[in-house]
Design a protein around this ligand. Structure first.
Ligand code: KG4
Ligand code: ZN
Length: 341
């Protein structure tokens, strides 16, 4: 029998300090996440300086916990995988420096991983049967991308947002109706009490680019609606706004994704990223994929938002494919999907 391959993965691209041990690319032995959300909530969003400082404070403990929970030591680890982009440069640097130090001290291979390719790979954890090719919709705080996963480690971008990311739109709309940060889960919850047909918000189409997205008009439409209510002294129904906004997002995401599956003749579809935890989005894709005969995959909420297990999975396939980084590996805040530096 082949020896197990153990990856120690580190993730620090935004406001979660995370480490994980993953066995053979699919089996998560530990998944430790130290979230800074409470701290950043005080400021209404992530403060990059504070994020970097907290990563430095937490990272050793998080890695120790990940090794202990997996009941392994650094000597048992085959390679160190780390997110090196995209993300906040100062935050990324903490993880990258730590990974390089461990790789050097223990003479282990170092594998840099793309954060969004990690999000996509989160789908492999609970769906052992899932293999490329498939199409993935990545929806997070910073990304809205339709990606063709052609084989392990081979990605082609089919469509993307021209302005705001979906998660950004959720967070901004949440703020405009008085919900705190991060807004996505709060809009999701409040929308359950509202009528998704109450307000006819726009479903933007990007001229000449049928698989691209645009959410800035939708965000403005929500703000205009609130202003109009205030000017006319009409009551503002926050739950209806949340539900109608979310419905507009759902309609756009579903129609583009189904069009991509059709155009590329792919019958497997997976969602990924923090916004993939949204209950209405998951339900809409379950129904639509069922109708279209497409196999639909989505990670548990804990693997949708930032975590290191997903980096361990993507890192495993990179490692097996021969990717090795040197000690000159740097943080690349705007690293592109599919790009290899
Ligand atoms: O992937 P992620 O944890 O971090 C980034 O890489 O950006 O995504 C964070 C985003 C935030 O905008 C947050 O509001 C959103 O995911 N989010 C949600 C839900 N849970 C998290 N958006 C809508 N509904 C949710 N249930
Ligand atoms: Zn993320």
């Amino acid at each position: 029998m082949d020896k197990d391959v153990l990856i120690l993965a580190i993730e620090s691209s935004c406001d979660e300090t995370a480490a994980s041990v993953v066995k053979n690319g699919r089996c998560v032995l530990s998944n430790i996440i130290s979230s800074q959300i409470k701290l950043h909530t005080l400021y209404g969003g992530v403060v990059p300086e504070i994020a970097s400082r907290k990563h430095i404070e937490n990272i050793n403990q998080v890695i120790d916990d990940a090794l202990n929970e997996a009941k392994v030591t650094l000597d048992d680890i085959d390679a160190i995988a780390v997110t090196y982009g995209p993300g906040l440069v100062g935050a990324l640097l903490v993880g990258v420096a730590q990974a390089k130090a461990i790789a050097f001290a223990k003479n282990k291979p170092l594998v840099g991983v793309h954060h969004i390719e990690g999000h996509i790979s989160a789908n492999y954890i609970e769906h052992l049967e899932l293999e490329p090719p498939f199409i993935s919709l990545v929806i997070s705080g910073g990304h809205t991308h339709l990606v063709h996963v052609k084989e392990y480690g081979k990605y082609e971008i089919l469509g993307k947002t021209r302005d705001d990311a979906v998660g950004e739109a959720f967070d901004k709309v949440a703020r405009s109706i008085g919900l705190g940060y991060p807004g996505g889960p709060k809009v999701d919850k409040l929308a359950k009490e509202g009528n998704p047909k109450a307000i006819d918000f726009p479903r933007a189409v990007v001229e000449g680019a049928p698989l691209d997205f645009s959410f800035s008009g939708l965000k403005s439409a929500v703000l205009n609606h609130i202003n109009m209510c205030q000017m006319k002294n009409l009551p503002i129904n926050e739950a209806d706004i949340a539900a109608s906004f979310q419905q507009s997002v759902v309609d756009v995401l579903v129609s583009r994704s189904m069009a991509a599956c059709k155009e590329y003749g792919v019958s497997k579809f997976a969602i990924a990223g923090g916004v993939a935890a949204n209950s209405a989005i998951r339900e809409a894709f379950v129904n639509e994929c069922n109708k279209q005969g497409i196999d639909f995959y989505y990670p548990s909420p804990i693997y949708c938002t930032d975590n290191a297990a997903m980096i361990g999975v993507a890192g495993y396939y990179e490692y097996m494919g021969g990717t090795r980084h040197g000690y000159d590996l740097n943080a690349v805040p705007s690293l592109k999907i599919g790009e290899r530096l």
